[in-house]
Design a protein around this ligand. Structure first.
Ligand SMILES: Cc1cc2nc3c(=O)[nH]c(=O)nc-3n(C[C@H](O)[C@H](O)[C@H](O)COP(=O)(O)OP(=O)(O)OC[C@H]3O[C@@H](n4cnc5c(N)ncnc54)[C@H](O)[C@@H]3O)c2cc1C
Length: 314
């Protein structure tokens, strides 16, 4: 191998047309195989020599995994192959789960968004994955299909470390399910990235807020943070400080400070740990304030949400 060159190992390419075929191929080849969907993460890792599977099982053409549906009892069902572009543009997602649409709007360029899947973003398990804080804040759960049958797992138990998940060999993430939002709910995701949406998040924060008492009191509140710990995380204690309390700027500020006190970010080329920590407070406060405005139906056109979704703040 010459200097700077990576030996790109060859692999056998297999295509599954049904979930059952995918599982059966996954079971046959186990750890020697890797599933691919949009392949946007896979191709980079393969070219770098980081992933060297003997078999690549393409699941992109399993049509049953590309569906989006919503009803007021079960909420949103997202097949794992739903693209990031669909998350951004789907009218139901924009209307009922705006933080998820905003996360997709902040994600790479349109070419990548057209290929990248929500299941791939979840299974890649990067602490900085853009859709992950919004999915966590909407309390998504995962339908996992494998050789032993199907099982459900809350998304906050799916991530086990950077790039690590609870999936067993041969298991496929089939679907994500998000409960229906409560009445008077607002939500927003903000990605902090000095180079804008074309870069991986230095930090990402999603808040989902429902209001009570004519919009004066916090009902349910969920806050999720990306790129500040080995996995994306919920800020549970900050959420608890807000539930059932009258909405004031001081209370929001105190909850944002609490969120900051719980994170354990690292230094890397995108930002120092100190910078990330202080930005947690700023963006938690900002997402909560905007989510309250949205829940109170203070008009905010989607294009403004979209521009809010990516912020380079120094
Ligand atoms: C130029 C560029 C820009 C990018 N920008 C961003 C960005 O702004 N934000 C961001 O979050 N990410 C970004 N990414 C990363 C990537 O696009 C996302 O993580 C994407 O969502 C991965 O989806 P995919 O379908 O392409 O996954 P793939 O590459 O096909 O797979 C990724 C991993 O998930 C596994 N996998 C995929 N689907 C399943 C499934 N259903 N069941 C089990 N395992 C599965 C694969 O085995 C593999 O390990 C970028 C990538 C590139 C190349």
């Amino acid at each position: 191998m010459g200097q700077g060159k990576v030996d790109m190992a060859r692999f056998d390419y297999l295509e599954a047309r049904t979930l059952r075929q995918a599982i059966s191929l996954g079971q046959r080849y186990g750890l020697r195989a890797r599933f691919v969907a949009g392949s946007t993460d896979f191709l980079i890792r393969w070219r770098q020599g980081v992933w060297q599977p003997e078999y690549v099982i393409n699941i992109q053409h399993i049509s049953s995994l590309s569906r989006v549906s919503y009803n007021s009892r079960d909420g949103l069902r997202l097949g794992s192959l739903v693209t990031v572009q669909t998350l951004e543009s789907h009218p139901i997602i924009r209307r009922r789960y705006p933080a998820l649409s905003a996360s997709a709007a902040s994600f790479a360029g349109v070419q990548v968004r057209n290929l990248a899947t929500v299941g791939g973003n979840v299974c890649n398990a990067s602490p900085a994955g853009d859709t992950l804080p919004a999915l966590l804040a909407f309390e998504a759960s995962c339908r996992i299909a494998g050789p032993g049958g199907e099982r459900w797992l809350p998304l906050d138990q799916f991530f086990t470390g950077p790039g690590q998940t609870a999936l067993e060999p041969g298991e496929v993430l089939a679907e994500l399910r998000l409960p229906p939002p409560l009445p008077d709910t607002g939500s927003l995701y903000i990605k902090h990235s000095p180079r804008g949406g074309m870069d991986i998040a230095t930090l990402g924060v999603a808040s989902v807020v429902s209001l009570q008492e004519q919009g004066s009191v916090f009902g349910d509140v969920k806050i999720a943070l990306g790129a500040v710990a080995p996995t994306p995380i919920r800020a549970y204690t900050a959420e608890e400080m807000l539930r059932g309390r009258a909405i004031t700027p001081e209370l929001i500020g105190a909850a944002a400070a609490e969120a900051e006190s719980r994170v354990t970010p690292i230094d890397d080329l995108r930002g120092s740990a100190l910078h990330r920590k202080s930005m947690v407070r700023v963006l938690t406060q900002r997402t909560l304030e905007r989510a309250v405005d949205m829940a109170r139906k203070v008009p905010m056109p989607f294009e403004l949400q979209r521009s809010l979704a990516v912020q380079a703040v120094f």
